[in-house]
Design a protein around this ligand. Structure first.
Ligand SMILES: [Zn+2]
Length: 279
Protein backbone atom coordinates (compact mmCIF):
# COMPACT_ATOMS: atom_id res chain seq x y z
CA UNK A 1 0.00 0.00 0.00
CA UNK A 2 1.11 3.51 -0.69
CA UNK A 3 0.22 5.49 2.40
CA UNK A 4 -2.76 7.14 4.01
CA UNK A 5 -4.35 8.48 0.81
CA UNK A 6 -5.21 6.57 -2.34
CA UNK A 7 -2.50 6.93 -4.98
CA UNK A 8 -2.67 6.43 -8.69
CA UNK A 9 0.34 5.01 -10.51
CA UNK A 10 0.08 4.98 -14.32
CA UNK A 11 1.25 1.82 -16.02
CA UNK A 12 0.74 -0.49 -18.98
CA UNK A 13 1.40 -3.90 -17.46
CA UNK A 14 -0.54 -6.75 -19.06
CA UNK A 15 1.56 -9.51 -17.50
CA UNK A 16 -1.21 -10.35 -15.05
CA UNK A 17 -4.64 -10.64 -16.71
CA UNK A 18 -7.58 -8.59 -15.38
CA UNK A 19 -9.11 -10.08 -12.22
CA UNK A 20 -12.79 -9.91 -11.27
CA UNK A 21 -12.27 -7.28 -8.56
CA UNK A 22 -9.93 -5.00 -10.56
CA UNK A 23 -11.12 -1.48 -11.36
CA UNK A 24 -12.94 -1.12 -14.68
CA UNK A 25 -13.09 2.17 -16.61
CA UNK A 26 -15.17 1.62 -19.73
CA UNK A 27 -15.15 4.55 -22.16
CA UNK A 28 -18.04 5.24 -24.49
CA UNK A 29 -17.44 8.07 -26.94
CA UNK A 30 -15.93 10.81 -24.76
CA UNK A 31 -17.62 9.61 -21.56
CA UNK A 32 -16.84 7.14 -18.80
CA UNK A 33 -19.15 4.48 -17.50
CA UNK A 34 -19.30 4.41 -13.69
CA UNK A 35 -21.68 3.01 -11.13
CA UNK A 36 -24.83 5.12 -10.69
CA UNK A 37 -23.27 6.94 -7.72
CA UNK A 38 -20.00 7.66 -9.57
CA UNK A 39 -17.84 4.90 -8.08
CA UNK A 40 -15.68 2.84 -10.46
CA UNK A 41 -17.10 -0.37 -11.87
CA UNK A 42 -15.28 -3.68 -11.43
CA UNK A 43 -14.04 -5.98 -14.18
CA UNK A 44 -16.73 -8.58 -13.40
CA UNK A 45 -19.46 -5.95 -13.94
CA UNK A 46 -18.73 -6.26 -17.67
CA UNK A 47 -18.97 -9.23 -20.06
CA UNK A 48 -16.19 -11.83 -19.83
CA UNK A 49 -15.05 -11.23 -23.44
CA UNK A 50 -14.33 -7.51 -22.85
CA UNK A 51 -11.06 -6.33 -24.42
CA UNK A 52 -9.17 -4.63 -21.55
CA UNK A 53 -6.31 -2.12 -21.79
CA UNK A 54 -4.06 -1.60 -18.73
CA UNK A 55 -4.04 1.85 -17.08
CA UNK A 56 -1.92 1.31 -13.93
CA UNK A 57 -2.97 0.92 -10.31
CA UNK A 58 -5.08 2.86 -7.83
CA UNK A 59 -3.92 2.15 -4.30
CA UNK A 60 -2.35 -1.07 -5.54
CA UNK A 61 -5.47 -2.31 -7.37
CA UNK A 62 -4.97 -2.75 -11.13
CA UNK A 63 -7.21 -0.60 -13.33
CA UNK A 64 -8.34 -1.36 -16.88
CA UNK A 65 -10.06 0.59 -19.64
CA UNK A 66 -12.10 -0.61 -22.57
CA UNK A 67 -13.65 1.13 -25.57
CA UNK A 68 -17.38 0.43 -25.68
CA UNK A 69 -19.41 0.98 -28.82
CA UNK A 70 -22.64 0.36 -26.93
CA UNK A 71 -23.62 0.59 -23.28
CA UNK A 72 -26.91 -1.25 -23.76
CA UNK A 73 -27.52 -3.79 -21.03
CA UNK A 74 -24.54 -2.54 -19.01
CA UNK A 75 -24.80 -1.27 -15.44
CA UNK A 76 -24.18 2.30 -14.34
CA UNK A 77 -24.11 5.69 -15.93
CA UNK A 78 -21.98 7.43 -18.59
CA UNK A 79 -20.61 10.83 -17.63
CA UNK A 80 -18.06 13.32 -18.90
CA UNK A 81 -14.75 13.91 -17.13
CA UNK A 82 -15.76 17.34 -15.81
CA UNK A 83 -18.83 16.04 -14.00
CA UNK A 84 -16.88 13.06 -12.65
CA UNK A 85 -13.87 15.14 -11.51
CA UNK A 86 -16.22 17.46 -9.65
CA UNK A 87 -17.73 14.55 -7.73
CA UNK A 88 -15.01 12.00 -6.91
CA UNK A 89 -11.66 12.04 -5.03
CA UNK A 90 -8.65 13.35 -6.98
CA UNK A 91 -6.76 10.07 -7.62
CA UNK A 92 -9.83 8.49 -9.20
CA UNK A 93 -10.44 11.62 -11.31
CA UNK A 94 -6.84 11.39 -12.55
CA UNK A 95 -7.25 7.69 -13.33
CA UNK A 96 -10.48 8.49 -15.21
CA UNK A 97 -8.62 11.14 -17.22
CA UNK A 98 -5.97 8.57 -18.13
CA UNK A 99 -8.67 6.10 -19.23
CA UNK A 100 -10.11 8.70 -21.61
CA UNK A 101 -6.65 9.64 -22.89
CA UNK A 102 -5.51 6.03 -23.49
CA UNK A 103 -8.73 4.94 -25.19
CA UNK A 104 -8.86 8.04 -27.41
CA UNK A 105 -5.20 7.61 -28.34
CA UNK A 106 -5.80 3.96 -29.31
CA UNK A 107 -8.78 4.97 -31.46
CA UNK A 108 -6.81 7.64 -33.29
CA UNK A 109 -3.43 5.90 -33.68
CA UNK A 110 -4.30 2.65 -35.43
CA UNK A 111 -2.27 3.05 -38.62
CA UNK A 112 1.35 3.93 -39.32
CA UNK A 113 1.58 7.60 -40.33
CA UNK A 114 4.64 6.83 -42.48
CA UNK A 115 3.68 3.67 -44.41
CA UNK A 116 -0.03 3.04 -43.54
CA UNK A 117 0.50 -0.45 -42.07
CA UNK A 118 -1.55 -1.42 -39.03
CA UNK A 119 0.33 -0.59 -35.81
CA UNK A 120 0.95 -3.27 -33.18
CA UNK A 121 0.71 -2.82 -29.39
CA UNK A 122 4.03 -2.83 -27.52
CA UNK A 123 3.86 -4.96 -24.36
CA UNK A 124 4.39 -2.99 -21.15
CA UNK A 125 4.06 0.42 -22.81
CA UNK A 126 1.27 2.73 -23.87
CA UNK A 127 2.82 2.75 -27.32
CA UNK A 128 2.56 1.02 -30.68
CA UNK A 129 5.10 0.11 -33.34
CA UNK A 130 4.78 -0.32 -37.08
CA UNK A 131 5.59 -3.96 -38.02
CA UNK A 132 6.70 -2.87 -41.53
CA UNK A 133 8.84 0.25 -41.11
CA UNK A 134 9.49 0.19 -37.35
CA UNK A 135 7.96 3.60 -36.58
CA UNK A 136 7.55 4.00 -32.80
CA UNK A 137 4.27 5.67 -31.80
CA UNK A 138 4.08 6.49 -28.07
CA UNK A 139 1.08 8.18 -26.51
CA UNK A 140 2.14 11.80 -26.26
CA UNK A 141 1.14 14.65 -23.99
CA UNK A 142 0.27 18.19 -24.99
CA UNK A 143 1.61 20.72 -22.50
CA UNK A 144 -0.32 23.87 -21.75
CA UNK A 145 0.51 26.72 -19.38
CA UNK A 146 -1.69 28.93 -17.28
CA UNK A 147 -0.69 31.93 -15.22
CA UNK A 148 -2.15 33.94 -12.34
CA UNK A 149 -0.97 37.53 -12.97
CA UNK A 150 -1.19 40.05 -10.14
CA UNK A 151 -0.42 43.72 -9.70
CA UNK A 152 -0.38 45.93 -6.58
CA UNK A 153 -3.83 47.40 -5.88
CA UNK A 154 -4.50 51.11 -5.37
CA UNK A 155 -2.98 52.54 -2.14
CA UNK A 156 -4.49 50.84 0.89
CA UNK A 157 -6.33 48.24 -1.22
CA UNK A 158 -5.73 44.55 -1.89
CA UNK A 159 -3.60 43.31 -4.77
CA UNK A 160 -5.41 42.72 -8.05
CA UNK A 161 -5.63 39.52 -10.12
CA UNK A 162 -6.10 39.46 -13.89
CA UNK A 163 -9.01 37.29 -15.05
CA UNK A 164 -10.20 36.72 -18.60
CA UNK A 165 -13.26 35.45 -20.42
CA UNK A 166 -12.94 33.19 -23.43
CA UNK A 167 -14.78 33.48 -26.75
CA UNK A 168 -15.52 29.73 -26.81
CA UNK A 169 -16.20 27.06 -24.20
CA UNK A 170 -17.65 28.22 -20.88
CA UNK A 171 -17.85 31.91 -21.87
CA UNK A 172 -19.33 33.05 -18.56
CA UNK A 173 -16.34 31.83 -16.58
CA UNK A 174 -13.61 34.20 -15.37
CA UNK A 175 -10.42 32.21 -16.00
CA UNK A 176 -6.65 32.64 -16.22
CA UNK A 177 -4.56 33.42 -19.28
CA UNK A 178 -3.61 30.02 -20.73
CA UNK A 179 -2.42 28.34 -23.90
CA UNK A 180 -0.63 25.39 -25.44
CA UNK A 181 3.15 25.17 -25.52
CA UNK A 182 4.65 25.25 -29.01
CA UNK A 183 7.36 22.82 -30.14
CA UNK A 184 10.74 24.38 -29.43
CA UNK A 185 9.43 26.50 -26.57
CA UNK A 186 10.04 26.32 -22.81
CA UNK A 187 7.10 26.47 -20.42
CA UNK A 188 8.28 29.90 -19.29
CA UNK A 189 8.57 31.22 -22.84
CA UNK A 190 5.05 29.94 -23.54
CA UNK A 191 3.72 31.95 -20.58
CA UNK A 192 5.38 35.16 -21.81
CA UNK A 193 4.13 34.59 -25.37
CA UNK A 194 0.54 33.76 -24.38
CA UNK A 195 0.33 36.75 -22.03
CA UNK A 196 1.59 39.00 -24.81
CA UNK A 197 -0.73 37.52 -27.43
CA UNK A 198 -3.89 37.29 -25.35
CA UNK A 199 -3.81 40.45 -23.24
CA UNK A 200 -0.85 42.50 -24.53
CA UNK A 201 0.98 42.58 -21.19
CA UNK A 202 4.52 41.83 -20.04
CA UNK A 203 5.11 39.93 -16.81
CA UNK A 204 8.04 39.35 -14.48
CA UNK A 205 8.67 37.35 -11.27
CA UNK A 206 7.42 34.26 -13.08
CA UNK A 207 7.30 31.31 -10.65
CA UNK A 208 6.25 27.69 -11.14
CA UNK A 209 3.22 26.69 -9.05
CA UNK A 210 2.35 23.08 -9.96
CA UNK A 211 0.77 20.90 -12.62
CA UNK A 212 -2.36 18.85 -13.30
CA UNK A 213 -3.27 16.23 -15.90
CA UNK A 214 -6.38 17.63 -17.61
CA UNK A 215 -8.94 15.66 -19.60
CA UNK A 216 -11.33 18.42 -20.71
CA UNK A 217 -9.41 20.39 -23.36
CA UNK A 218 -8.59 17.13 -25.13
CA UNK A 219 -7.03 13.85 -24.08
CA UNK A 220 -3.43 13.86 -22.93
CA UNK A 221 -3.17 17.49 -21.79
CA UNK A 222 -0.79 18.42 -18.96
CA UNK A 223 -1.40 21.84 -17.42
CA UNK A 224 1.53 23.70 -15.86
CA UNK A 225 0.55 26.58 -13.58
CA UNK A 226 2.59 29.71 -12.87
CA UNK A 227 2.28 32.94 -10.91
CA UNK A 228 3.66 36.25 -12.21
CA UNK A 229 3.49 40.01 -11.66
CA UNK A 230 2.55 42.59 -14.26
CA UNK A 231 5.84 44.22 -15.29
CA UNK A 232 4.14 47.63 -15.51
CA UNK A 233 1.18 47.88 -13.11
CA UNK A 234 -0.19 50.87 -15.02
CA UNK A 235 -0.61 49.02 -18.34
CA UNK A 236 -4.15 47.81 -18.93
CA UNK A 237 -4.86 44.47 -20.65
CA UNK A 238 -6.03 44.52 -24.27
CA UNK A 239 -7.85 41.39 -25.47
CA UNK A 240 -7.30 39.97 -28.93
CA UNK A 241 -11.07 39.63 -29.55
CA UNK A 242 -10.62 36.15 -31.06
CA UNK A 243 -9.64 33.88 -28.17
CA UNK A 244 -10.69 36.28 -25.42
CA UNK A 245 -13.64 38.63 -25.12
CA UNK A 246 -12.73 40.32 -21.82
CA UNK A 247 -9.76 40.82 -19.51
CA UNK A 248 -10.11 42.66 -16.23
CA UNK A 249 -8.25 43.31 -12.99
CA UNK A 250 -10.15 42.27 -9.85
CA UNK A 251 -9.19 43.02 -6.25
CA UNK A 252 -8.37 39.65 -4.67
CA UNK A 253 -10.98 40.54 -2.00
CA UNK A 254 -13.63 41.14 -4.70
CA UNK A 255 -13.32 38.28 -7.19
CA UNK A 256 -16.33 37.40 -9.37
CA UNK A 257 -18.44 34.38 -8.47
CA UNK A 258 -18.01 32.62 -11.84
CA UNK A 259 -14.56 31.09 -11.19
CA UNK A 260 -13.10 27.81 -12.50
CA UNK A 261 -14.25 24.63 -10.67
CA UNK A 262 -12.73 23.52 -7.37
CA UNK A 263 -10.97 20.49 -8.94
CA UNK A 264 -8.98 22.62 -11.44
CA UNK A 265 -5.44 23.95 -11.11
CA UNK A 266 -6.88 27.29 -12.32
CA UNK A 267 -8.88 27.48 -9.13
CA UNK A 268 -5.97 26.27 -6.97
CA UNK A 269 -3.86 29.09 -8.43
CA UNK A 270 -6.58 31.69 -7.82
CA UNK A 271 -7.13 30.49 -4.25
CA UNK A 272 -3.37 30.47 -3.56
CA UNK A 273 -3.08 33.99 -4.97
CA UNK A 274 -5.83 35.21 -2.65
CA UNK A 275 -4.20 33.51 0.33
CA UNK A 276 -0.76 34.96 -0.49
CA UNK A 277 -2.19 38.48 -0.93
CA UNK A 278 -3.88 38.35 2.47
CA UNK A 279 -0.71 37.39 4.28
ZN1 LIG B 1 5.19 2.00 -41.00
Amino acid sequence: MTGPTAAFLPGADRARPPAAGDLALPVTGSKLLTSVDGRPLRVDDLPADTDWVPLGTLDGVPAWATDLTTTDALPGRARGWASLAAAVPEPYATLAGRALAVVTWRRTHRWCGACRAELADLPGETARRCPDCGLYVPMQLSAAVLVAITRPGPAGRADELLLVRHATGPTGLWALVAGFVEAGETLEAAVHREVGEEVGLSVDRLAYFGSQPWAISGPGVLLAGFTARAADPHTEPVVDGRELTQAQWFGVDALPAQLPPAYSISRWLIDATVTAARR
